[in-house]
Design a binder for this molecule. Structure first.
Ligand code: PXP
Length: 240
């Protein structure tokens, strides 16, 4: 049974990936953000990576100056935390980041990174920025997120998206539901994302009390064929 309306966060990193392929000025992720908003995106999401492979510092500042919510994904490295504090996105999601990964690989390891994560949360929250932690759907990680002072957890849906066969897929969905239930019980906001597409998104969108789904690659890939506005509208329809 559906009990909530899920906001769609559209990650526009790969508009910038295309631009950076030619080191040109287009396609412009800021213009893309405006199209996404017109199509009903609840928030615009970008990841400022240490290697600047897609989003650049100037993009972040321009995106944060636009009307509407901007959500930044970032690692806890001091340089990026300092930029976030200057650019002032509405919210950030702290993610693990490593140099050779193609995309974010699973959730944070809060056992080994608790000090850096806790320190970044405190600084960002003091600046009035809502902070979420990207975690795997495990009870221990939800509890750690709460104890470190996060406002929200974003559950990593990669294992669900990659699961083969109905029973593995249902098992991964159940893990997401259970972690979501615990997060809600603990007073944490609930987001989810990673690897979601037009075929696998619906069951995740029906997780009770889910507030936001952050989706990037599949929407931008579909936009190549149908245009960005239609690609966002189609995804929004699946969340409703
Ligand atoms: N959520 C987080 C924390 C991410 O790092 C990413 C990838 O940037 C996404 C969601 C979106 O993942 P995808 O591009 O696979 O939809």
């Amino acid at each position: 049974m559906k009990t909530n309306t899920v906001k769609l966060g559209v990650n526009i990193d790969h508009i910038a990936t295309l631009r950076q392929a030619r080191r040109d000025v287009y396609p412009d992720p800021v213009a893309a953000a405006q199209v996404c908003r017109q199509a009903g995106a609840g928030l615009i999401v970008c990841h400022l990576r240490q290697d600047r492979r897609h989003i650049q510092d100037a993009d972040l500042f321009k995106l944060c100056a636009l009307k509407g919510e901007t959500h930044l994904e970032m690692a806890t490295v001091p340089e990026i935390v300092a930029l976030a504090l200057r650019a002032r996105p509405d919210s950030v999601c702290i993610v693990p980041e490593s140099a050779r990964e193609v995309t974010t690989q699973g959730g944070l390891n809060l056992k080994t990174q608790s000090q850096a994560v806790g320190h970044a949360i405190a600084r960002l929250k003091r600046a009035g920025i809502e902070v979420s932690l990207f975690i795997d759907p495990e009870a221990a990680s939800v509890r750690m997120a709460k104890s470190l002072g996060a406002d929200v957890v974003e559950l990593c849906t990669a294992a669900y998206a990659e699961a083969e066969g109905k029973s593995r897929c249902s098992a991964e969905l159940e893990r997401l539901e259970l972690a979501g239930y615990l997060a809600d019980e603990m007073g944490l906001g609930l987001h989810a994302g990673h690897g979601l597409d037009y075929h696998n998104v619906r069951p995740v969108a029906r997780i009770p009390r889910l507030g936001v789904l952050n989706i990037g690659f599949s929407i931008i890939a579909r936009a190549v064929f149908v245009g960005l506005k239609t690609a966002v509208l189609e995804m929004k329809l699946l969340l409703s």
